[in-house]
Design a protein around this ligand. Structure first.
Ligand SMILES: Cc1cc2nc3c(=O)[nH]c(=O)nc-3n(C[C@H](O)[C@H](O)[C@H](O)COP(=O)(O)OP(=O)(O)OC[C@H]3O[C@@H](n4cnc5c(N)ncnc54)[C@H](O)[C@@H]3O)c2cc1C
Length: 495
């Protein structure tokens, strides 16, 4: 390496790749910067990984990202993948919850776990009569000043009762975080609800007020439009966005932009030391000096590496819990499988006592990624309560998934017992950070320790958002901050 800012990026998941891409752009624009991206595995992408089998896109990890968070779609467009962006098929969106082995639809009008429509809530089979009465009385809840953090389960139970935790909050959160509503932080995971409670008391009233404000803003924006646009309803944005050929496309496009000489696969960083004015990273039996480090590995790995530099920081990072998960993709001949219920799939509450946490009807959620005549069911298992599952063989996991699918869908899907044409099992040990109660306070303490270590930045799913867009945002931010700090020091030198 020559002179200029030398940065080590530790971890080649989407956060580390986004950081590397930002540095590569600066390098290509003649900035005095060089980087080395260290990845422990033989491939880049971390949790993002997909495979195309007989024309069907099978996602091993994430299948999409939230459309309302712009960072992921923006990056895709920047990389020339704009035409590959594919919205979820929201016209067919319907989600079921398994209640005593039967599928019950989520009632219409639920917003962030909060019921906002009277009739669907009154008629749903998801909740018992006492819970429905409690939901109506929730409108009278007095405002509660923001105090200590608490679990999502505590917040939801206070407003709507334990049944709503079991049948709604827990399955929705385990479907997203592989987590447990009794452990997850209300402030970190549902900040809007915490704010609404302090302002309005009732979450339902808060949600309705937010909805009214949103509509007023949309109307005001429409009134500002040119006459040609008036009367044309804006197309609502799909909830999820994916890439036509799979999330792997994003990894491949980023990889293609990086300098091959700057990427080291199968090279875990095994030690990190703070030196005078820099950092020494040990990897592949050699040590190299860098000016700065972007730590984009999971927090538990960051904790091990940073412990010898700052023991308190190491402990704080290592204390961020992670959950493991498994995905099982099953490809079927649609005619043999028989008609599936409408919608995107179903969620399984933990109280049902199953290993299955969720099942997506992949060919319905995103059109054009499964060949005609094929159906793909993707099972999601694991979570905080089921770590031991990871040790199961592929065959045992597929058999368990097929048995549970038959028990849940047996009465509705005639061919659910038929042999799938293809089965793919993917294990994700300790891949999803859990924002446990007190998460934000922990992150504030971590930030303070990091600020005292010049040239260190953290990025990844453990800090400020678990989803792909947030990981991209944090990766790029880490890189731009380091580049900006170099400009500051360069201009000081020039002065
Ligand atoms: C099954 C599953 C489904 C998901 N579904 C969605 C979804 O639909 N939408 C969504 O937005 N998000 C989803 N997520 C979450 C999202 O995918 C992740 O939060 C995100 O990809 C994490 O990216 P990351 O770069 O922070 O970490 P990772 O992807 O975990 O990457 C970290 C990398 O660091 C490497 N590493 C570790 N230690 C070292 C070391 N010492 N030296 C060098 N390298 C090291 C690892 O090998 C790994 O490649 C899902 C996650 C999983 C597991």
């Amino acid at each position: 390496m020559g002179s200029g800012l030398r940065i080590a990026i530790i971890g080649g998941g989407i956060a580390g790749l986004s950081a590397a891409y930002e540095l590569e752009k600066a390098r290509a624009a003649a900035a005095a910067v060089e980087y080395t991206l260290f990845e422990a595995r033989e491939r880049l992408g971390g949790s993002l990984s997909s495979e195309v089998v007989n024309g069907a896109v099978l996602e091993r990890g994430p299948d999409s990202f939230l459309s309302e968070k712009p960072a992921a779609a923006e990056l895709c467009r920047e990389l020339g993948l704009g035409t590959e962006l594919t919205p979820s098929n929201d016209a067919a969106r319907k989600t079921w919850i398994v209640v005593k082995n039967r599928l019950v639809p989520l009632p219409d009008g639920l917003m962030f776990l909060v019921p906002t429509k009277l009739i669907p809530t009154a008629l749903t089979r998801l909740f018992s009569l006492p819970t429905k009465v409690r939901m109506a009385l929730e409108l009278l809840h007095p405002p509660r000043p923001g105090g200590h953090d608490e679990s999502v389960a505590t917040l939801v139970e206070r407003h709507f009762g334990a049944e709503v935790v079991d049948r709604l909050a827990d399955p929705l959160l385990s479907g997203i975080f592989g987590g447990d509503a009794a452990q997850l932080s209300a402030r970190a995971v549902l900040p809007r609800l915490v704010e609404m409670e302090s302002l309005y008391g009732s979450l339902t009233r808060g949600m309705l007020a937010a909805h009214r404000q949103m509509r007023a803003r949309a109307k005001a924006a429409a009134q500002k439009n040119t006459p040609a646009q008036i009367g044309v309803r804006p197309t609502p944005r799909a909830i999820f966005t994916t890439l036509r050929g799979g999330m792997q496309q994003l990894v491949d496009a980023l990889d293609a932009r990086l300098d091959p000489g700057s990427v080291r696969l199968a090279t875990p960083v095994s030690g990190l030391k703070k030196t005078e004015g820099g950092w020494m990273a040990e990897a592949g039996g050699a040590s190299e000096i860098y000016d700065a480090v972007i730590m984009a590995s999971p927090a538990w790995a960051a904790g091990v590496l940073l412990g010898p530099v700052d023991a308190t920081l190491g402990e704080e990072l290592s204390a961020i819990p992670y959950s493991s998960s498994i995905t099982v993709n099953l490809v079927y001949d649609e005619a043999k499988l028989g008609g599936l219920p409408e919608g995107f799939g179903f969620l399984v509450p933990a109280v049902e006592g199953r290993v299955l946490l969720a099942c997506t009807f992949v060919h319905r959620k995103f059109l054009g990624r499964t060949p005609p005549g094929k159906a793909v069911l993707r099972a999601f298992l694991g979570g905080m309560k089921n770590e031991a599952l990871l040790a199961g063989t592929d065959a045992a996991l597929v058999a368990t998934v097929r048995r549970e699918l038959s028990e849940i869908l047996g009465g509705v899907v005639s061919g659910i017992g038929v042999e799938p044409e293809h089965a793919q099992v993917s294990r994700w040990p300790r891949a999803m950070a859990q924002y446990a109660v007190g998460h934000q306070e922990r992150i504030a303490r971590i930030d303070a320790r990091v600020a005292a270590l010049p040239g260190l930045r953290l990025a990844g799913n453990a800090y400020d958002g678990i989803g792909i867009p947030d990981c991209i945002r944090l990766g790029r931010k880490a890189a731009t901050e380091l580049l900006a700090s170099q400009h500051v020091s360069e201009s000081k030198e020039a002065y």
